[in-house]
Ligand binder design. Structure first.
Ligand code: ZN
Length: 236
């Protein structure tokens, strides 16, 4: 992989996907700053996991520790206030009449990218990295390439600076994401992602399963477990 002699800002939630993207960005860029968003998620375990992943990566991978820059947390409480979703309210996880899951937070990725670019404009970076994935079971419309391309074009025009979005997971399955992590940081990175990240929609972080922490039956846990089984060859 060719390295880029520049800084990137990564949308970093503390989940499996963004932790994998963090390793990818640290491998590719000279310097990486992490960006988190507090939009009133029902479960603040994610916010704790973000810092745990950063600390573990710094400790285990000295070559990456020197590249890992500031962490930024942007308060988007207003987004939580206008979102009636399973991630921000006590709404049952299910599917809306329009076919979108109740975990869909309208406009979330579009807003995240705007804020990340605004931060980059101030701090002098124009590369953004994010874990959107078209293969995601949910089919979130703001994870699609067409949406992201249009948004990045609007951002580049609106800020009068060419911003580039990198989405290394876009065409990978969840098993493929584990494979990417292993290729970047071997078994030690896989272990960090297994043990330090949080993906569960219900915020359950009690028992460590072979695939990580979580309730084991929400859609996010089911997807994560399925990907792990495909990747590891473990039987159910
Ligand atoms: Zn779960």
């Amino acid at each position: 992989m060719t390295s880029i002699n520049q800084t990137a800002g990564i949308l970093f939630s503390g989940g499996q996907d963004s932790a994998t993207c963090l390793a990818w960005a640290l491998d590719k860029f000279d310097r990486v700053e992490t960006i988190g968003f507090d939009y009133g998620q029902r479960h603040d375990v994610e916010m704790t996991c973000r810092l745990d992943v950063r600390t573990a990566v710094q400790k285990i991978f000295p070559k990456w520790a020197s590249k890992l820059g500031e962490d930024h947390v942007i308060n988007l409480a207003g987004l939580g206030q206008i979102s009636e979703t399973s991630l921000t309210r006590a709404v049952e996880i299910g599917v809306h009449e329009n076919g979108l899951p109740t975990t869909f937070v309208p406009g979330r990725n579009l807003i995240f990218l705007n804020y990340a670019a605004a931060l980059g404009w101030r701090r002098g970076f124009s590369h953004l990295v994010a874990g959107m994935c078209e293969a995601d079971f949910s089919g979130y419309p703001d994870c699609r390439i067409e949406t992201l391309d249009a948004q990045m074009q609007a951002i580049s025009l609106g800020l009068d600076r060419a911003f580039t979005l990198h989405t290394p997971l876009m065409h990978l399955s969840k098993a493929g994401a584990w494979e990417l992590a292993e290729s970047l940081g071997g078994a030690r990175l896989v272990q960090i992602i297994r043990e330090k990240t949080h993906t569960c929609y219900k915020g359950v972080h009690a028992d460590l399963h072979s695939w990580g922490y979580g309730c084991g039956d929400c859609p996010a846990c089911a997807l994560r477990a399925k990907g792990w089984i495909e990747f590891s060859g473990e039987s159910k």
